[in-house]
Design a protein around this ligand. Structure first.
Ligand code: PLP
Length: 389
């Protein structure tokens, strides 16, 4: 049976070029980049080359603004706790209701620590409530941190991050964005978007799991989060993961190419074919999230009256990997906070499925899903107590 992997917002296949680039650092070039001797020192220049490539990919002014870390969760935690620690007093954190738990979790803790946390809502298409955001900025004097994602992991919906950053900066806030799901899918240019902090993760852009980066704009007041040695110019303790840093550099270079050589446009065409095909062949289905303000690889679709989990299970039996918009909580299937925040109708919340493509997705794979998914949906509906038979 063939495997059709359409769960690229969860993790991506490490690109063969990336694996090849990192291998020498697992075999011969295994020195510590902080060592004084030449054996370690020769490795440091590869770390710096990767830093320069990632900086270039993001449009950062200087390579030193890139801090390598262990994952996006760490980058988000560093941004939130690091800025609040630098305040040294209670402040306001403005975020959105549809952030990843890597942001919402720290926000919860910051609230317990005495900070004022404001969650901005979204409309039925998952679009950011700009008026509520402007009101929150105006109503809260004192230190402020804005943390709003660039693209949503479940729906792919893009937030107007440039405008959000401009308004935040004008109100005196430090601005962070979790760009994990935007990197490599939408152009990111920090010369145009005045955020102070930006999180990315290697494994969402064809590097391995276990590497991420936090961009810290020069002059941003932030304390370290992982405290230890002087690595990463004192901003993140811990011996650098050299092979994975090199991998991240290579992945950034490949992502940059994919954004300009028509690859992303091809992915969008395949996603649109999948979307149109499913809407046409599965009655009572609806797309969740804006269809215009969206990254090119993501489709979140609800099949009404059935459970997303059962659909996933049966798709998996046919070799198709996707994911659902629900999470197992306390033994019951709760619709995700993102789907809930959008006010998706009751009949559709439980049947939401996310298909996420990558540059390795082929037309044949999309055709395979279009043959099998409607069949699965029909089978599930035949068993559903909510459907009139
Ligand atoms: N932020 C977003 C938007 C994500 O989609 C993810 C992972 O799904 C993360 C943060 C966390 O990434 P990691 O698990 O690699 O730390």
């Amino acid at each position: 049976m063939q495997t059709v992997y359409l769960d690229n917002n969860a993790t991506t296949r490490p690109a063969p070029e990336v694996v090849e680039a990192m291998m020498p650092f697992m075999t011969d070039l295994w020195g510590n980049p902080s060592s004084m001797h030449a054996f370690g020192g020769q490795v440091a220049k590869h770390v710096e080359a990767a830093r320069a490539t990632v900086a270039d990919f993001l449009g950062a002014e200087r390579p030193e603004e890139i801090v390598f870390n262990g994952c996006a969760t760490e980058g988000d935690n560093h941004a939130l706790f690091g800025v609040a620690a630098a305040w040294g007093k209670p402040g306001t954190i403005i975020t959105s209701r549809v952030e990843h738990p890597a942001v919402l979790g720290p926000c919860l803790r910051l609230r317990e620590m005495g900070h004022n946390v404001i969650e901005i809502g979204v409309d039925g298409e998952g679009l950011f409530d700009m008026a509520a955001y402007e009101a929150a900025l105006a109503a809260n004097p004192g230190p402020k941190l804005v943390s709003v994602m660039w693209a949503n992991n479940e729906t792919g919906v893009l937030f107007p991050i440039r405008r959000i950053a401009e308004l935040g900066k004008a109100a005196g806030a430090t601005v962070h964005t979790d760009a994990v799901q935007a990197a490599g899918k939408a152009p990111i240019d920090l010369r145009q978007v005045p955020v102070d902090l930006l999180t990315i993760a290697g494994h969402k852009m064809h590097a391995p799991k276990g590497i991420g980066a936090l961009y810290i704009r020069r002059g941003t007041r932030i304390k370290p989060y992982v405290i230890g040695g002087h690595q990463e110019r004192g901003r993140r303790g811990g011996t650098e993961n050299v092979p994975y840093i090199v991998a991240m550099g290579k992945a950034a270079e490949l992502a940059q190419t994919a954004l300009t050589d028509g690859t992303e446009a091809r992915i969008a065409r395949l996603r649109d074919k999948l979307e149109a095909g499913l809407l046409a062949t599965c009655p009572d289905s609806r797309v969740n999230g804006s269809r215009t303000q969206r990254v090119p690889n993501t489709l979140n679709i609800s099949f009404e009256y059935i459970e997303g989990e059962s659909v996933l299970y049966h798709l998996s039996d046919r070799g198709i990997c996707a994911s659902s918009g629900s999470a197992c909580a306390a033994g019951s299937l709760e619709p995700s906070h993102v789907i809930r925040a959008m006010g998706v109708p009751f009949t559709a919340v439980h049947g939401s499925i996310r298909f996420s493509l990558s540059r390795y997705t082929t037309e044949e794979e999309i055709d395979y899903v279009l043959r099998h998914c409607p069949e699965v949906v029909a089978e599930m509906r035949a068993l559903s107590p909510f459907v009139k038979h």
